[in-house]
Design a protein around this ligand. Structure first.
Ligand code: ZN
Length: 406
């Protein structure tokens, strides 16, 4: 590389670093003067001015706020993060539902679109549906599509982070899908893919209680089971980007129940929403009883219905739910022993089942941990069914604006 070219690259890198620093400060402080930016960054005043002008006029990420307090001379102009100036799209691509949102740069949701996922229609049909969700969000009245800076998508499955492909997804029955490339061919917005559970942890860290925490886990207990892990303030990806697949940890070697991954004894095969529905439907007596109790056809019995029957006092439902909770508590206790988190957040469909889920789960976990008196807080994931989309927004903000919120 020639010397001149090296210098040019160096100065571009410096501009990017300084821009990131200034934008972060403006966002953190909510409002700040140019003079304070100069003081806090140690950069020269003309450098700060040049970057601020660009952030205000070209990128519209910063705006002028109220005039600051004057100490005699001209009152300083206050700069504010312009969260409403640009938009972000987030999608939770789940095996039962696609949830898409349009949000501002503070992740405040302005519009939402939901579609049931027709996984049985195949991969192409699911791609079509994601495109449709994006088109609907972009057609929001009064929205200038040029203000949309990026799209984050959370996918339930193993993702190759480097290639941005879906390596394997049991829920969708996909393997080796070029999802990013296939979507980019049709959606002209910078887009980013990540595992949906890891995004739940990212969302919790960026915008939830996890903001103040250094070590926590978000367990996603829905159709499948997985965990997003934060250790010493860092989201854990693992060597191949697959960290947190604790749903496929063997908890019962004697089990004959086959998991979607093809193995036996996995936690997911014994404690997921899918397994609860299946256990109820496959036991003829239980299915009949729950079907009558909750006024639904046998083939419509899912985990939500089984928990409803449990609440109504149905003994079959009680046994199925408590059995699943027992296995789940083993998985969570294992995570606690392995990682020593201060908090475990539990999200996903089952976490919405109320005290009939939470009370026995808490009791079972306490029974199984080495230090029952050590305060590990077990809490519902803050954003409930929005956990993945909030994380997908955080991912885009981090990737495009360099806000380092993740
Ligand atoms: Zn498995």
């Amino acid at each position: 590389m020639s010397k001149r070219l090296t210098q040019k690259v160096d100065s571009e890198v410096m501009i990017r670093i300084n821009r990131r620093l200034i934008l972060q400060l403006i966002r953190q402080k909510h409002s700040i003067s140019r003079a304070d930016l100069v003081k806090l960054t140690g950069l020269a005043a003309p450098t700060v001015s040049r970057i601020v002008d660009r952030l205000v006029n070209d990128e519209q990420l910063v705006r002028y706020g109220r005039m600051g307090d004057s100490s005699g001379g001209r009152p300083p102009v206050i700069l504010e993060f312009n969260s409403k100036g640009r938009h972000v799209l987030g999608i939770d691509l789940g095996a039962t539902l696609i949830r898409g949102v349009l949000a501002d740069l503070d992740a405040e949701i302005e519009m939402e679109v939901q579609l049931p996922t027709h996984t049985h229609e195949g991969y192409e049909a699911v791609v079509d549906m994601v495109v449709l969700v994006v088109e609907r969000l972009l057609s929001k009245r009064g929205l200038d599509p040029k203000t949309v800076i990026g799209l984050g998508i959370g996918v339930a499955g193993l993702l190759d982070k480097a290639k941005q492909t879906v390596k394997f997804s049991s829920g969708f029955e996909w393997s080796e899908k070029q999802l990013k490339a296939d979507l980019e061919a049709r959606i002209k917005i910078p887009l980013f893919l990540e595992n949906s559970t890891r995004l739940m942890a990212l969302g919790e860290k960026a915008f939830g209680k996890g903001h103040e925490l250094r070590n926590f886990v978000v367990a996603n207990v829905g159709y499948g089971i997985a965990a997003g892990i934060v250790v010493e303030g860092q989201l854990v990806h693992g060597g191949g980007g697959y960290a947190g697949e604790f749903g496929h940890m063997t908890v019962d070697p004697a089990s004959e129940v086959i998991c979607l991954c093809g193995r036996k004894g996995c936690l997911e095969a014994l404690a997921s929403g899918r397994s609860i529905g299946l256990a109820a439907r496959q036991n003829a007596e239980a299915a009949r009883s729950i079907s009558t109790e909750c006024h639904v056809k046998v083939d419509r019995i899912d985990a939500k219905i089984v928990f409803e029957a449990f609440q109504k006092g149905n003994p079959f439902a009680e046994q199925i739910c408590l059995n699943a909770i027992k296995w789940l508590s083993m998985g969570v206790a294992n995570l606690i022993h392995l990682l020593d988190p201060t908090h475990v957040f539990i999200g996903g469909g089952l976490s919405l089942s109320g005290e009939y889920f939470w009370k026995p789960l808490n009791n079972e976990i306490r029974k199984r941990v080495l230090l029952p008196n050590r305060e590990v807080e077990i809490l519902p994931a803050e954003f409930k069914e929005y956990a993945t989309v909030v994380g997908s927004l955080a991912m885009v903000l981090d990737a495009i604006l360099g806000l380092e919120i993740g």
